[in-house]
Design a binder for this molecule. Structure first.
Ligand code: ADP
Length: 169
């Protein structure tokens, strides 16, 4: 699909309308991609996040991007991997709710990290299949709205898995 792209990069450097943060339920910063986004965006992001009063797993909230090249940050909370069937539902919710919120805010270009595959322990191949299928379905359901989606991988191994999974669709 020509409006899905795969990149090996640091998501904080991307010049797109919105980047997605794999946040935790407090929305007050953490490690991994969350820490990198807060460091790059500056303290105004944390101030803004304080006013959001957290976020439930699978849901998404939006802030400005502050010192980031991206105009917005969409904060979503992935599931901590447990092996239960509910994990996949919540992970798919993250992608769908982030895209819905992006559309409501006029976003045309959005980049996702590999949500839940770091500290939250989701196996990369399973998580990637859910990411690719959910985004693909959202784009088909929203074909009246031009949206460009980038999967931003932090390492080559993850990028290869995304390449494999997007080749299926
Ligand atoms: P989670 O808690 O949802 O598992 P992590 O931040 O621990 O979130 O990891 C999610 C993914 O983000 C992992 O694949 C990790 O390698 C990747 N990641 C970490 N830092 C960055 C970054 N600066 N840009 C893009 N991806 C990143």
């Amino acid at each position: 699909m020509n409006n899905i792209h795969i990149l090996s990069s640091d998501i904080t450097t991307l010049h797109c309308d919105a980047i997605v943060n794999a946040a935790n339920r407090s929305l007050l910063g953490g490690g991994g991609v969350d820490g990198a986004i807060h460091r790059a965006a500056g303290p105004e992001l944390l101030e803004d996040c304080r006013g959001l009063h957290g976020c439930r797993t699978g849901e998404a909230k939006i802030t400005k991007g502050y010192r980031l090249p991206a105009k917005f940050v969409i904060h979503t909370v992935g599931p901590v991997y447990s092996g239960a069937p509910g994990d996949a539902v919540l992970l798919a919710d993250c992608y769908r709710n982030s895209l819905d919120l992006a559309r409501e805010n006029g976003v045309r270009t959005i980049a996702f990290p590999a949500i839940s595959t770091g500290v939250y322990g989701y196996p990369v191949r399973e998580a990637t299949k859910i990411a690719v299928d959910t985004v693909h379905k959202w784009l088909a359901d929203n074909s009246d709205y031009p949206m460009d989606v980038t999967f931003c991988c932090f390492d080559e191994r993850t990028r290869k898995v995304y390449e494999e999974q997007t080749a299926r669709i």
